[in-house]
Design a protein around this ligand. Structure first.
Ligand SMILES: Nc1ncnc2c1ncn2[C@@H]1O[C@H](COP(=O)(O)OP(=O)(O)OP(=O)(O)O)[C@@H](O)[C@H]1O
Length: 331
């Protein structure tokens, strides 16, 4: 069976920080595609550009950061070419976002019920408030909020961190979006709650056919549920491909370094091999391959930026010296 067309296509996205006439690149040539129902993990160290990529897709970049070139196409329409009203109709309805901090999507002054009912009624004008309240309650139940009717009456501060995040996930899912972008939504929660929410959310997305972009710095977490992985470094996608391939046979030395530096390696009795050095700061990114100063495979050829090119049937890497062997990854 042929694969469905992508629902979201990010192509050659360049985002810069403007300071007077000076433009400092932050995201460079970011490209990826997301198919309906697919779970895409975006991984990279802090500052690699994951959140900015999400903000660019959502049209949430604020000056002095702006898109310089490239496109974000949703269902074939370039979001940058739409007016603000059209983008607003897509944002929150067709593409929704879940943030690390639920406070980003919850109003502290309003009861959960008010926030959810307002959102439902604004979206579906024929819906009575009573029916909207029922829908809100059912939405909370689907994301594992116990005593949902009681929780609806609560203010955000009256709920635990895990419950608040569940509520913000329920709000993101209210209008059955085609795409959800989850930016480290479970990082601040304890491990058990993290696992429960991750499981519930990915199951719901699979059941509803919702495509999900899950942003994380934790490759081992992504490996448990993502279909595809994009690895970002210094504002660029440096490797992408099916999850099993990227984790099992990472081609780019940075992706390989990320996997070898995770504690799971130590648990499996292998040595952790931290990547030497630090990622470059914005404005200090070396020319050519940005990973070159930290890379033991670098050669003079790497003074030129390697293009993201196919290295295996569905796997791409931006490296002139990619690995071609499998990595023994602990279970
Ligand atoms: N408004 C801004 N002004 C200046 N620099 C910015 C701005 N927003 C982001 N940056 C810089 O852009 C780079 C990418 O930021 P981004 O938040 O996308 O990284 P990230 O990969 O999501 O990191 P983290 O995992 O820490 O959230 C960082 O170096 C950050 O400092």
């Amino acid at each position: 069976m042929s694969e469905p067309d992508p629902i979201l296509v990010v192509s050659d996205l360049n985002v810069s920080l403007a300071s007077g006439k000076r433009m400092t690149p932050i995201l460079r040539e970011v490209s990826f595609a997301l198919r309906p129902g697919e779970i895409l993990g975006i991984v990279g160290e802090s500052g690699s550009g994951k959140s900015l990529t999400a903000s660019a897709i959502m049209g949430l970049l604020e000056p002095p950061v702006r898109i310089v070139s490239g496109a974000v196409a949703f269902k074939g329409r370039d979001l940058a070419a739409l007016d603000e009203k059209a983008v607003r109709a897509i944002r929150g309805n067709e593409i929704a976002m879940v943030f690390q901090d639920p406070a980003m999507s919850l109003n502290p002054l309003l009861r959960i019920e008010t926030q959810m009912v307002e959102s439902i009624v604004a979206h579906d004008r024929g819906c009575s408030r009573h029916a909207a309240r029922e829908r809100a309650r059912a939405a909370l139940e689907t994301v594992g909020v116990p005593a949902a009717a009681k929780r609806l009456r609560a203010y955000p501060h009256e709920l635990s961190g895990g419950m608040r995040q569940r509520v913000s996930i329920a709000i993101a899912m209210l209008h059955s979006p085609a795409v959800i972008i989850a930016d480290e939504p479970t990082t601040a929660l304890d491990v058990t709650i993290q696992a429960q929410i991750l499981d519930e959310m990915t199951q719901l997305c699979r059941k509803n056919g919702t495509a999900l972009i899950w942003i994380s710095h934790d490759l081992s977490l992504l490996s448990s549920f993502a279909d595809r992985i994009c690895v970002m470094y210094a504002g660029r996608v440096i490797e992408s491909g099916p999850c099993g391939e990227v984790i099992g046979a990472p081609r780019h030395p940075y992706s390989r370094g990320l996997i070898l530096s995770v504690p799971a390696m130590a648990r499996a009795g292998k040595d952790i091999e931290p990547i030497p050095g630090y990622p470059p700061r914005v404005g200090m990114v070396p020319s050519g391959c940005a990973f070159r100063p930290r890379c033991h495979r670098a050669s003079p050829a790497c003074a030129v930026q390697p293009p993201l090119q196919t290295v295996a049937s569905q796997q791409s890497a931006a490296c002139f010296h990619p690995f071609d062997d499998k990595l023994q990854v602990p279970a």
